[in-house]
Design a protein around this ligand. Structure first.
Ligand SMILES: [Zn+2]
Length: 391
């Protein structure tokens, strides 16, 4: 499996290098069909005879991945495609359900050129399998099987609406005053990780002890990822089970977390502080939190609404006065007009909720994050009235 993953990586990197070279010469880049033709040539050449030992479909899938990477780059969803490195996200995918067989009763899986293999099913596979991805993480191989099935449109069980303010000091503050403590899974393991990395750097590369040290670093990384994943899943499940509408700020984490150092011509200011903020943002997994909320709410029949973030922390939720002076400190909020007082993050969450209601009720600028038109249907009636009087 390591060899197959290696072959996929090789093919991806070769194709990327080729596309880059073509671009530099001012030629058009190969399409998927062109890449597949090349793949056949490579597999038949004497240069890399071991390519023929790897199954062809995962190799083609690697070409498709490269195409996707370029697409995402052109659509400004991602940076320019990067070369893959050995030992980082080693994986390969069988893109067609005809290529693998899953025997759930006996807990085994058939993969081309590998045969039947035992596996531990972490969960029942529901629906028709569509593709299978085999990946290596921290020394463990796992397979993810994507499936397709019809699901009845859910009738939402919950009725409440919730506004969420995302932050650094508190991971999330809810409009009802509850909070989620910061995750900082990375920070907590940082010392351990740093130590392990230092040990690794002192070892002779590729020696037996280097491999052991490397495995330790990877284990810590995977532990961090597991802790974070568990925390986020529990939080988002609880939220989406108990609310029909959830509103969050449409923060562009990508912009917030832009490199703090800036460029050579335009060096950044407050580099250290911003780098710390970036680390916190990425560490806390806001994107992942939002992604999970969106699909889990959809499963539960609810909706996620992203509202424009301007002034959510400066506006008074009572009299709607907007002033920078409303913020006494980073944490305290007191309105200069009506003297309404609360924690600044709670105020932010309340404002987010109020805006979410306005978005749902009168179609104020709706962000791309809105998952379905169902939001207006599930929106509580009394809230609409309250908002209407405000308008
Ligand atoms: Zn006020």
């Amino acid at each position: 499996m390591r060899r197959f993953a290696g072959a996929c990586r090789f093919v991806y990197n070769e194709a990327l290098a080729l596309q880059k070279a073509r671009h530099e010469r001012g030629e058009k880049k190969h399409g998927y069909a062109g890449l597949c033709k090349l793949l056949t040539q490579w597999r038949n050449s004497a240069q890399a005879p071991w390519l023929r030992d790897a199954p062809v479909h995962p190799l083609q899938q690697a070409m498709q991945d490269l195409e996707r990477a370029y697409e995402n780059f052109f659509a400004q969803r991602a940076g320019f495609p990067k070369f893959k490195k050995r030992g980082q996200r080693d994986s390969f995918r069988y893109p067609d359900p005809k290529q693998f067989k899953l025997d759930q009763v006996n807990g085994r899986l058939f993969l081309p050129k590998l045969g039947w293999m035992r596996l531990r099913l972490s969960r029942a596979v529901l629906g028709k399998p569509r593709n299978a991805t085999v990946s290596l993480r921290a020394g463990k191989w796992s397979v993810s099987i994507q499936t397709e099935r019809e699901v009845e449109l859910p009738v939402p069980q919950a009725t409440g609406a919730l506004g969420i303010d995302m932050g650094i000091a508190r991971f999330a503050t809810f409009s009802d005053g509850r909070i989620l403590a910061p995750l900082n899974s990375f920070r907590r393991h940082e010392a351990r990780l740093r130590h392990a990395q230092r040990v690794l750097s002192r070892k002779m590369k590729f020696s037996r002890n280097w491999k052991k040290a490397k495995a330790r670093v990877q284990r810590i990384h995977s532990r961090i990822a597991n802790v974070r994943g568990d925390y986020l899943h529990k939080a988002t499940s609880a939220i989406s089970e108990n609310h029909a509408m959830v509103c969050i700020e449409d923060l562009q984490v990508k912009i917030l977390s832009k490199s703090a150092a800036g460029t050579a011509e335009n060096p950044g200011r407050n580099v250290r502080a911003k780098a710390g903020l970036n680390k916190s943002i990425l560490d806390q997994g806001w994107f992942e939190f939002r992604r999970q909320l969106q699909y889990k709410l959809q499963w539960a029949g609810g909706a996620l609404i992203a509202v424009p973030p301007q002034n959510t922390s400066r506006e008074c939720p009572e009299c709607r006065c907007v002033s920078a002076a409303n913020r006494l400190t980073q944490a305290r909020f007191r309105c200069v007009q009506c003297l309404y007082e609360d924690h600044a993050d709670v105020v932010g969450a309340k404002n987010v909720l109020a805006r979410g209601h306005r978005v749902a009720a009168c179609g104020e600028v709706v962000s791309r994050c809105v998952s379905s038109a169902a939001s207006s249907k599930q929106e509580p009636a009394e809230a609409t009235e309250r908002e209407a009087t405000h308008a």
